[in-house]
Design a binder for this molecule. Structure first.
Ligand code: MF3
Ligand code: CO
Length: 304
């Protein structure tokens, strides 16, 4: 729908050593435990030792995303970013959660320009003026971390007022949700917060993809839609973990799927941005388990 095209062939599947503990789908592509759990409709409250494991895996997930983010510059291919994420995951003793999830072929999602989400790393080189979202998920000690950021490629992207409005509005919409998290808040409220900021900045909200519970399972209850007036079920309760991951578009909110069955793009070819954190609800608010560090690459730029 825009100018991004698949750049084949994909590199061969990258191996993960036998010594690394893997989620069930790593073997045959089917997340059996997730599919079973979906029928229970229950939001898991984690025990203190489980929360500690979430903290650790999310801290490592942040390190991995930051390594990938530091590599973003004109000329690097998205497959080279996949190598960085794959190796950094193994070096940290864990498994890159996307690999073989419903047969997804790579270890990270890289979504350029009009790609909304689930872009597959390939031979395409990033160019000055692109934006790229890097979505890292990491599994270790039985728990998953899930986080993503959108990065400006080169200086051209940062001097494009429409792109900056899109990216910074998306970043702020997630930050505003995080400020609101506290026990008792219905998860359906996040969509109202995001939609208000999107409307105020003349960008649209993707409806097809949602945030989600994340713990021993990569994706589970609650479902977190990012649009207003949604009817999602669930209330923030101390000890639950979930993601919020708004995808906002410069043009139409509509998405279309590439024939690869993964890559989702805007229907009109205009750019899309996304940010994601894994959150833990606490007694008095929220802990951003995947929080940025002072040294993290990327980060907000001033609107122009
Ligand atoms: N990381 C994505 C999320 O935020 C999910 C990617 S699934 C994959 O939920 F199979 F495409 F990797
Ligand atoms: Co997610």
């Amino acid at each position: 729908r825009g100018t991004v095209k698949p750049a084949f062939p994909l590199s061969p599947r990258r191996p993960v050593p036998d010594s690394i503990a893997k989620p069930d789908y790593a073997f045959n592509g089917e997340p059996v435990s997730e599919l079973k759990n979906d029928r229970t409709n229950k939001i898991r409250v984690l025990k203190p030792d489980e929360i500690e494991k979430m903290r650790e895996v999310c801290k490592l997930g942040r390190e991995i995303l930051d390594l990938a983010g530091e590599a973003v510059k004109p000329g690097i291919t998205t497959d080279e970013i996949d190598v960085i994420v794959h190796n950094a995951s193994i070096e940290r003793g864990g498994y890159p959660s996307p690999l073989n999830y419903f047969n997804y072929p790579k270890s990270v999602c890289t979504s350029v320009n009009e790609v909304i989400c689930h872009g597959i790393p390939d031979k395409r080189k990033l160019v000055d003026g692109d934006i790229v979202n890097i979505d890292v998920s990491f599994y270790k000690d039985g728990f998953h971390a899930d986080l993503n950021e959108t990065y400006y490629v080169g200086d051209k992207a940062k001097s494009n007022p429409d792109l900056v409005r899109l990216v910074e509005t998306t970043r702020e919409s997630l930050d505003k949700c995080i400020e609101a998290v506290k026990p008792g808040l219905p998860v359906r409220e996040f969509g109202n917060i995001i939609q208000k900021i999107a409307d105020d900045n003349n960008v649209s909200v993707v409806r097809t993809y949602c945030g989600h519970g994340v713990n021993q399972l990569f994706h589970c209850q609650p479902e977190i839609p990012h649009y207003a007036k949604n009817k999602a079920i669930g209330v923030c309760t101390p000890g639950i973990c979930f993601t919020i991951e708004p995808m906002l578009n410069l043009g139409s909110y509509r998405d279309v799927m590439w024939p690869d069955g993964w890559t989702s793009t805007t229907s009109d070819g205009k750019p899309s941005a996304q940010f994601e954190h894994t959150l833990l609800v606490t007694e008095d608010g929220v802990e951003v388990l995947t929080a940025r560090k002072a040294t993290s690459p990327g980060g907000p730029v001033k609107r122009i």
